[in-house]
Design a binder for this molecule. Structure first.
Ligand code: GDP
Ligand code: ZN
Length: 461
């Protein structure tokens, strides 16, 4: 591992762009304190105790001009985010003045940080592992509380510990194989093969459990693609509006107005729903039924969950039957709306049509039964997770890909044993599995991968 002193001093604005009460300009590296001190008027920062905050002014030493009134935090290595000396200049905000401070620091010798470079240093200096670095990125992008929780958990190193334990177990068995190969007089080939098999099977099982969470993890990051469908006038817009109200709307995407499909995000008891084709709901207002059905068909293809709305106060129509038929193979919730009116369509009738799950009887108008709709969405979503460590979810494609490769390597181990291959050959696949798991935490990650990964971070992180 490279030592800290090899890195130059980097700087960037660490707060999001735009007007805020305060902006933070961050410096990290050997010269961080010295460079900050050159543009600061107040206490001599090179003499102050670590992890202290200092009031003063930023001045342009060339122009003798005062730029801003600031609070400067001095944090010396190694107890910092990057494990290097770190200085954070809390300025008064205003993008112009913050940028001038940044320019000033660049003028006195700091280098502009690349996107993610602070986090990259934390990784390179051994402060965090790759799963933790990735979770910093996830936190920046987290759309819901649940996604945030998963990211925080990874930041805590839960996935890291799990993977490290698996690697440790594999390493032990590999060491044992090594010993047995070196002392063949014990004739332990048979025993060694058995040991390899047992380990491969247990690790395989653990990886399967992790992979089983991948779907949920992905949904937490990207949202559960949900389509509200139904013929005109059953109450789709009303339901959509209900879901979008109560501060539940996370993002309303109106930027790309020319786009065919509008997406809106809502948070339903911690489950992020990405409502798809919400434009379609509005467009089909007062139009002939078949347009609604055609649009529904399009939305069906990309949906993880269908909410099919029926009007319980009217008899089923041909369009209703067609939509029931179309969605029969999908994850769906059937909502019988307008329960405040006289019931005409009943569960019995739906059952006769082959609908197995009970419909939810609601009245969007009276807001009755909608809690149950939310609970149902939540149960459908979280009910699928069969994992003792419910909080560890693998959610990013890189981790998922590597887990699959590790799984393949274990499959090769078992196939080799079944075919009666000598253990020193089988051992190669076991080592391969160990490598793939190591790439997840970054212990055996190639340099190029690391550079590419960290370039995805926001500037200043
Ligand atoms: P959409 O065409 O499927 O989007 O249906 P809308 O949401 O536009 O609703 C059609 C009509 O039904 C509107 O007049 C709503 O006020 C009404 N409506 C919606 N939900 C209910 C309900 O639960 N009970 C009653 N009585 N009317 C409702
Ligand atoms: Zn509508």
């Amino acid at each position: 591992m490279a030592t800290v002193t090899e890195y130059d001093t980097i700087t960037a604005i660490s707060t999001p762009p735009g007007e805020g009460a305060i902006s933070i300009v961050r410096l990290s590296g050997e010269q961080a304190v010295a460079l900050a001190n050159r543009v600061f008027r107040g206490a001599d920062l090179t003499q102050v105790a670590s992890h202290t905050l200092h009031y003063g002014h930023i001045i342009d030493p060339a122009a003798h001009e005062e730029l801003d009134e600031v609070m400067v935090a001095v944090m010396r290595a190694p107890k910092t985010f990057t494990r290097e000396d770190v200085v954070e200049i809390n300025c008064h905000g205003g993008i112009v003045s913050t940028n001038r401070i940044l320019q000033l620091l660049l003028a006195v010798g700091a280098r502009m940080a690349e996107p993610g470079e602070f986090t990259k240093r934390a990784f390179l200096n051994g402060r965090i592992d790759l799963t933790q670095a990735e979770s910093v990125m996830d936190l920046i992008r987290a759309k819901t509380d649940a996604a945030m929780k998963v990211a925080l958990n990874q930041l805590d190193g839960n996935l890291e510990h799990l993977i490290k334990n698996l690697r440790q177990e594999i390493l032990q068995v590999l060491a044992q194989v090594e010993v047995n190969i070196d002392y063949p007089e014990y004739d332990e080939e048979q025993l060694t093969a058995q040991m390899l098999r047992e380990k491969a099977e247990t690790v395989q099982q653990e990886i399967s459990q992790l992979l089983a969470t991948a779907g949920q993890g992905k949904i937490l990051r990207e949202g559960l693609a949900t389509a509200i469908i139904g013929r005109p006038n059953v109450g789709k817009s009303s339901l959509l509006n209900y879901l979008l109200h109560e501060d539940k709307a996370i993002v309303t995407d109106v930027a790309g107005t020319t786009r065919d499909v509008l997406e809106e995000y809502v948070n339903v008891q911690g489950v992020p729903l990405k409502l798809i084709d919400t434009a379609g709901i509005h467009d089909t207002e007062d139009k002939v039924e078949k347009i609604g059905v055609a649009r529904s068909k399009k939305a069906l293809a990309s949906a993880d969950l269908i909410i099919l709305v029926l009007n319980g106060s009217e008899p089923l129509t041909a369009a209703d039957r067609e939509l029931l038929q179309l969605t029969s193979q999908q994850k769906r919730i059937i909502v019988l709306n307008k329960a405040d009116l006289q019931a005409v369509t009943t569960q019995t009738e739906l059952t006769a049509l082959g609908v197995t799950s009970a419909p939810l009887v609601v009245s969007v108008k009276d807001q009755a039964g909608l809690d149950r709709l939310e609970t149902t969405i939540k149960t459908m979503f979280f009910g699928g997770i069969e994992n003792q460590q419910k909080d560890i979810l693998v959610s990013n494609n890189r981790q998922i890909g590597l887990l699959r490769q590790a799984q393949q390597a274990l499959h090769d181990v078992l196939a080799g044993l079944d075919a009666g291959l000598p253990v020193d050959l089988v051992q190669i696949d076991m080592t391969n599995c160990w490598d793939k798991l190591g790439e997840i935490t970054g212990e055996s990650a190639p340099d190029e991968l690391i550079t590419q990964l960290f370039s995805q971070f926001c500037l200043g992180k």
